[in-house]
Design a protein around this ligand. Structure first.
Ligand code: PEP
Ligand code: MN
Length: 685
């Protein structure tokens, strides 16, 4: 049963409720949910729920109707996020907004084989390395695996490329050989109902991938998960790997319908193993894509550099090239299901992250230090975003052009740039919604700063040109529209649309023709290359001089996906930036209000009660959920927050502000289905 505790319950009352349940033979788990604190109580005997309901501090008791308890959605409403950290300090989360791929050979054969394949799958986008060392083979004469030696090789190869390792455990006797090395244990299909093994592995408290038994129903599978959960681990990942049917064309029949079924029955992450399901190499990629489309949280795929000589399951192992292609396809497909893929960051990112932690990397204004940040932006050199980044960092930065906004986010997420700049709002054109969506999807990225810049368009041509020589004007359609009054003075000019203003400027530079001109930022003129000199023919040609764009500086931040876990963990880097910055301290939130009357009003009153001024409120449809809306709000934090609200008076003003944000997050949770803290940062004007 699930026991929902009263919000105001103190620790002593909690202990009393716990002791009461334990005395009745229940095993009690405390779960801090988005809104409530609950006890999950599982026991052999049943008791009348009213006996518990009358205890002081208990709000209500919900009996769980399913035979599996801890695995059920009734027990835990929020999705479980299984976290696995690699040897570079990067945490991979399974079950949230990221799609993960685990790859590697069926069996560990030798060191060179593992290093070769680990290198390839890591480069292609796998985030964990698989490989069996203790192999449960149908025939006793088949290769049984390298045993303890294989585990060591697997770990060494994984560490070399930042990949945590997944490997099957077939007997509790092998725990001593595995415990120091294994990141995620796998329970194979043949052992799904080996309950003694499940109990021992569950007790290790480590993440476990639980494969579906060859002929197990979904309920039997969840009962097996219950064994693991009730033995001591919270981190169970269900893996659909095909079931036995009358069909012989494939090794097994992949039951993709299990994915949506499980998603409603359980909070546990679900991944798919298309390799063991189909047993034939060329059938693996389509089934992997289908799994992604059906809402799986990831895949586990067999890959081998020389599958023809593989000691096991060669016929179903992908060549690395096939895996690379699959990863590219998943990159494109995953966003359709509201997910983004995730990658292992390069080893250098660790030092970079450390440098940031120590405040050495990012340098702003007067406090400029040796290492300049590398700031990604969308567009080519000379783009307004690049100019805004220069302004924000007082010129002390390197910049990295990317082809689009999603690429910018991925570049930061994968540690290829230390930060990025993105436009979020234009005073004439409105919000850049795509970037709001990206801020939610890339949960490892936070807002680290913000800057407003006036957009002043200039007409730029090559040396020797004048207003009289121009015949064709190139620019982004929005910029052409914003300069329509000026262009109307020259009706004879042909207008050519380009993907961006900076692209227009570089095309004009390449043409080196006095008949061509571009509408772009004056800054774009600085980016003329190859000996071509720019000629700025006219500046300030926009119709409305009140044309401003607000840009956000974004950076990696291990912000938890569910702020309930640790509301403000991981804000240190952002905070360091803020300390060195100047301007008003702002916190940005995104939330989905409950679908009930007064929910939005209750959200807004959270800010009112905390005396926080909201400077902006936007709404945007939640992707994939028609007619549900995500609200985005910017809250201006007071400079000092010492007198009211119960903040610690001795704490610095900024600490008080952080405390205030924590209170806002907690308050919002009561009225929302989802709350995201997007960042705490300063606005630069
Ligand atoms: C494996 O993953 O190597 C394996 C043996 O899988 P399954 O247990 O699904 O057959
Ligand atoms: Mn295999």
């Amino acid at each position: 049963m699930v026991i929902v505790l009263k919000k105001e319950i103190d620790e002593r009352r909690k202990d009393e409720v716990r002791s009461f349940l334990e005395a009745k033979g229940f095993r009690v788990n405390e779960i801090r949910g988005e809104e409530d604190t609950i006890f999950g109580a599982v026991g052999k005997l049943s008791i009348d729920p009213r006996e518990v309901e009358i205890l002081s501090g208990v709000e209500r008791v919900i009996p769980i109707s399913k035979p599996y308890k801890m695995a059920s959605r009734e027990f835990k409403k929020d999705n479980t996020l299984v976290e696995v950290t690699n040897n570079r300090g990067q945490t991979i989360r399974i079950g949230g907004s990221r799609f993960i791929s685990i790859a590697g050979p069926c069996a560990v054969e030798h060191k060179e084989q593992m290093f070769d394949v680990a290198r390839r799958v890591a480069a292609a986008g796998a985030v964990m390395l698989r490989g069996g060392a203790f192999k449960p083979r149908t025939s006793p004469y088949a290769f049984q695996g390298l045993g303890a030696e294989g585990i060591k090789i697997l770990k060494e190869a994984g560490n070399a490329f930042g990949l945590p390792i997944v490997t099957e455990i077939v007997s509790a006797d092998h725990i001593p050989d595995m415990i120091d090395y294994v990141d995620v244990y796998q329970i194979g299909a043949r052992n799904m109902q080996n309950f003694e093994l499940l109990k021992k592995v569950g007790a290790l408290g480590k993440p476990v991938i639980l494969k579906r038994g060859l002929s197990a129903t979904i309920e039997e599978w969840l009962m097996a998960a219950e064994y693991l959960l009730s033995s001591g681990t919270d981190d169970v990942i269900l893996c659909e790997r095909g079931i036995r049917t009358y069909e012989k064309a494939t090794r097994n029949t992949l039951d993709l319908s299990a994915i949506p079924v499980l998603k409603s029955l359980t909070h546990l992450p679900v991944i798919v193993d298309p390799s063991h399901a189909v047993g034939i190499r060329d059938k693996v990629p389509p089934m992997a894509l289908a799994a992604a489309a059906a809402g799986a949280d990831g895949i586990i795929v067999e890959v081998h550099c020389t599958p023809d000589t593989a000691l096991s399951d060669g016929a179903q192992s992908l060549y690395p090239e096939q895996f690379e292609k699959l990863m590219r396809d998943i990159d494109v497909l995953a966003p359709l299901t509201g997910k983004e893929t995730v990658r292992i960051r390069p080893a250098a990112a660790k030092t970079e992250a450390l440098a940031k932690e120590q405040g050495a990397e990012i340098s702003i204004g007067k406090t400029a230090q040796a290492v300049k940040p590398l700031c990604a932006f969308a567009g080519s050199r000379g783009a307004y975003a690049e100019q805004a980044a220069r302004l924000y960092f007082d010129g002390a930065l390197e910049t990295l052009p990317c082809s689009n906004f999603r690429d910018v986010f991925r570049t930061v997420s994968e540690g290829r740039a230390s930060c990025a700049i993105i436009p979020i709002e234009n005073s004439l054109a409105g919000s850049v919604y795509e970037n709001y969506d990206n801020l939610i999807r890339f949960s490892d990225i936070s807002i680290a700063g913000s800057i407003k810049m006036r957009i002043e368009h200039a007409l730029i041509a090559c040396e020797g040109a004048s207003l009289d020589t121009v015949k064709t004007v190139y620019s982004h359609p929005q910029a052409l529209a914003q300069c329509s009054d000026f262009l109307a003075l020259h009706p004879e000019w042909e207008q050519v649309e380009c993907p961006s203003t900076s692209y227009a400027a570089s095309s004009v530079a390449k043409k080196n023709d006095i008949h061509c001109a571009a509408i772009a930022s004056q800054h774009a003129a600085l980016c003329f290359k190859g000996g071509v000199k720019p000629e700025v023919l006219k500046t300030g040609i926009e119709n409305n001089p009140r044309n401003y764009t607000r840009f956000l500086i974004i950076a990696l931040n291990e912000r938890p996906e569910q702020p309930s876990a640790q509301p403000l963990a991981g804000c240190t880097f952002v905070r360091r930036l803020a300390e060195q910055n100047r301007g008003a301290l702002t916190a940005s939130f995104a939330f989905v209000a409950k679908n009930e009357s007064g929910a939005l009003r209750r959200c807004l009153s959270v800010f009112e009660e905390l005396h926080v001024n909201l400077t902006r409120l936007e709404s945007r449809p939640v992707q994939g959920q028609p007619w549900r809306y995500m609200f985005y709000t910017d809250a201006e934090l007071p400079d000092s927050f010492s007198a009211s609200g119960g903040a610690d008076v001795s704490a610095s003003a900024e600490d008080a502000a952080y405390l205030l944000v924590g209170q806002a997050v907690e308050g919002l949770k009561a009225a929302c289905d989802e709350v995201h803290l997007l960042g705490i940062y300063t606005e630069v004007n």
